[in-house]
Design a protein around this ligand. Structure first.
Ligand code: TRP
Length: 336
């Protein structure tokens, strides 16, 4: 998986170990990442150091890391074909973050929308880590000299900062980092809550009947889909503004079957919502059952998860070491 002598691109992305993944994570992010494995050198990081910037419980963090890696593997991240690594195991992320922090204007961090949002939400505990978060993220990316960084729309500003810091470092100390490209797939399905289809499907939705988890059992999936909010006419038609609930169900169906909206509309003309919902439920259950079954196997096997991380960590560390020794030399740190 680790090979710089060919011309494969280096793909890097990371996610916080936040527990259960929902259908929005799966269709909007995970499936895209998995599609990049073939033909590229991929690094997928679980960023536990980012997870401690807001109040948390250490025992939950430990459990969530195992759970998160099990779900990744279940979604198709074959640890033999890509490098799954744990941020806190790699020496260099925080070292590089320090160096980058020393060229990063404070004002730029204070203006980050995610910092402003999070510090409003956690007003009782605004720590410096929360402010420094984007610098650590820039370090996660630059330490692998990644070509492609698949992220969601909400991370665009952080990638901009990463590009600024890479350019500033290159200008100040001579060419070192590739300036990474964000990769925001336009076709990335935007899955909405089944209960309030104006907002994104979310783990923190107060009405959990609106959120489908990839590890939900068939009965639970069916029940939530059958009670999804629709509208008062009965036409299966794609019109997100006017018919957000039905349009969302159509998106979900299309994401699994690869059909176009026109096709779905034609298939369900005159059939009514009950019939359509049942068909959506069938498709989702069929698509997620192998994922859930694989998850159940993997999560019960801690050693498999640890082996996967060990392999990925070693590859990640080798790549990080190369870049860090360059960085330390360029900034003037003596190697004694
Ligand atoms: N901030 C990202 C998020 O919340 C997670 C993240 C941390 C990340 N480091 C990264 C994403 C590096 C891509 C690359 O989603």
């Amino acid at each position: 998986m680790e090979n710089s002598s060919d011309n494969r691109k280096v793909v890097l992305t990371c996610a916080q170990p936040t527990g259960k993944l929902h259908l929005g994570n799966y269709l909007g992010a995970l499936k895209n990442w998995v599609s990049l494995i073939e033909g590229n050198e991929c690094y997928f990081g679980v960023v536990d150091m980012h997870a401690i910037t807001i109040p948390y419980v250490p025992a939950d963090l430990r459990k969530n890391v195992y759970d998160c890696v099990a779900q990744y593997i279940a979604c198709g991240m074959d640890p033999q074909k890509c490098n799954l690594f744990l941020q806190s195991s790699i020496v260099g992320h925080t070292e590089l973050a320090w160096v980058l922090g020393c060229i990063c204007p404070l004002g730029q961090l204070e203006r980050m929308t995610q910092f402003k949002d999070k510090s409003r939400k956690h007003a009782e505990a605004i720590n410096s880590g929360l402010l420094y978060y984007p610098v650590l993220m820039a370090s996660d990316i630059l330490i692998y000299n990644a070509d492609i960084v698949p992220v969601g729309e909400d991370q665009k500003q952080h990638i901009e900062l990463t590009r600024d810091l890479a350019q500033k470092f290159n200008f100040t100390y001579s060419d070192t980092f590739k300036v990474p490209e964000p990769y925001i797939p336009e076709s990335g399905a935007r899955i909405m809550s089944l209960q309030s289809p104006e907002s994104k499907m979310s783990k923190s939705d107060p009405n959990q009947a609106g959120t489908l988890y990839i590890t939900d059992k068939p009965d639970a999936l069916r029940k939530k889909i059958m009670s999804a909010v629709t509208d008062s006419d009965s036409e299966v038609r794609f019109a997100p503004g006017e018919k957000p609930g039905v349009s969302n169900l159509m998106c979900i169906m299309a994401a699994f079957t690869g059909e176009s909206m026109e096709q779905i509309q034609a298939d369900f003309a005159g059939k009514g919502y009950g019939y359509f919902k049942k068909a959506v439920a069938d498709v989702v259950v069929e698509g997620l059952t192998p994922v859930r079954e694989r998850y159940e196997q993997v999560v019960a096997d801690k050693s498999l998860i640890e082996e996967a991380l060990k392999r990925g960590n070693e590859a990640a560390q080798r790549r990080a070491d190369k870049i860090m020794s360059k960085v330390y030399r360029k900034v003037g740190f003596l190697k004694i």
